[in-house]
Design a protein around this ligand. Structure first.
Ligand code: KG4
Ligand code: ZN
Length: 342
């Protein structure tokens, strides 16, 4: 085909990801992760992440090109996550992208990590109908977005006022003695548990909170409630029903996320909900969103779990969308912006 070949570089957190796409077709998605180096700290250590990106970026680039069966000269444009994320980690990807763009004389696109989490769905389900509502849930973000025009930015409708959903999974996993990152082990443990065993709080869903925070989230109260519940059991010398706590906690998170996402669709009269970010890999979130959306004829689009967590393909997907939409490339001196707005 004559669709452009776009390479995407992602280094905003702990994954060094390089993806290559042509149009909506994924050709390579190479990843190196430093997650094991962070596990014993219970969270991502920025300096460790930056160092790991430096070591991984060139071999990951080579692997992506090999997997796609192309060379750098074949690439039509390079996209890179310019923010938001860890400052030092972003710098490695942005510097590498500039180096490759300069050396190969290719246009460069500095893109927003959150918009890329939305765009990745196009690799699975084709062009995104616009407008759509996006629920973006990761270790660093939990937002509801109005996607009017993905090529020119998206409008935030609401976001977490404290912890991100993934952060809550990670902290609760730690309380339960489960490994980091906590989402996957909680997801697994919850399958054996009763989601109604413990009534954990649903943040910002009371009528008085809805008035000011209809599309916002809060997970720190939930995390504290789980901590208190676990401590009380431990003080009493009782064994922890890990599966029940995991299932009840997960239900509280997924209940609020899906209720507010569907409310946003209905409030805006929008029939497409796209879910992205690492927490979108959660099996209960996917099932509950599907089940609740069906009632209102809302179509739910969630990419396969591997595309939900951070990767280079999502950056390439957004880059490809920008090229197709005729958006002008960034300047070669584009900055990394750790607090980049949408
Ligand atoms: O998008 P992502 O890879 O990185 C960020 O941009 O933050 O998201 C990572 C987060 C972690 O908090 C991890 O615990 C969570 O996504 N996560 C999950 C699942 N898989 C990953 N949370 C719930 N259920 C899962 N299956
Ligand atoms: Zn992410």
């Amino acid at each position: 085909t004559d669709e452009p070949l776009v390479l995407g570089i992602e280094t905003s957190c702990d994954e060094t990801g390089i993806g290559i796409v042509r149009g909506h077709t994924l050709l390579a998605d190479a990843i190196a992760s430093s997650v094991d180096e962070h596990a014993r700290f219970g969270g991502v250590v920025p300096e460790v992440a930056s160092r790991a990106h430096l070591e991984a970026i060139v071999p990951t680039m080579q692997r992506a090109l090999d997997d796609a069966g192309v060379s750098l000269a074949d690439i039509d444009a390079i996209a890179v996550t310019a923010g938001p994320g860890l400052a030092g980690a972003l710098l490695v990807g942005v510097a590498a992208a500039k180096g490759y763009a300069l050396a190969a004389e290719k246009p460069i696109y500095g893109v927003n990590h959150l918009a890329a989490h939305v765009a990745v769905d196009t690799l699975e389900h084709g062009a995104l109908p616009e407008p759509a509502i996006a629920l973006l849930v990761s270790g660093g973000h939990s937002s509801l977005l109005l996607v009017d025009d993905l090529a020119h930015g998206v409008t935030p409708l609401g976001a977490t006022i404290d912890d991100a959903a993934g952060e809550a999974f990670d902290k609760v996993a730690r309380l339960l003695g489960l490994p980091f990152p906590g989402g996957p082990p909680i997801d697994r443990a919850a399958r054996e548990g009763d989601p109604e065993a413990i009534a954990f709080p649903r943040g910002l869903t009371a009528p008085k909170d809805l008035a000011a925070h209809r599309f916002d989230f809060s997970f720190s109260g939930l995390k504290t409630a789980v901590a208190r519940w676990v401590e009380a059991r431990q003080r009493a010398g009782e064994a922890l029903p890990v599966a029940d706590v995991a299932a009840s906690f997960q239900e509280a998170v997924c209940d609020v996320l899906t209720a507010k996402a569907i409310d946003a669709c209905r409030a805006q009269g929008i029939g497409t909900l796209v879910i992205g970010g690492g927490v979108a890999a959660n099996s209960r979130l996917r099932a509950l969103a599907e089940q609740r959306a069906e009632k209102y004829g809302i179509q739910v689009r969630v990419p396969r779990p591997k595309l939900c967590t951070d990767n280079g393909a999502m950056v390439a997907a957004l880059g490809s969308h920008l090229v197709a939409a005729g958006v002008a490339p960034s300047r070669l001196d584009l900055p990394a912006d750790s607090a980049m707005p949408l």
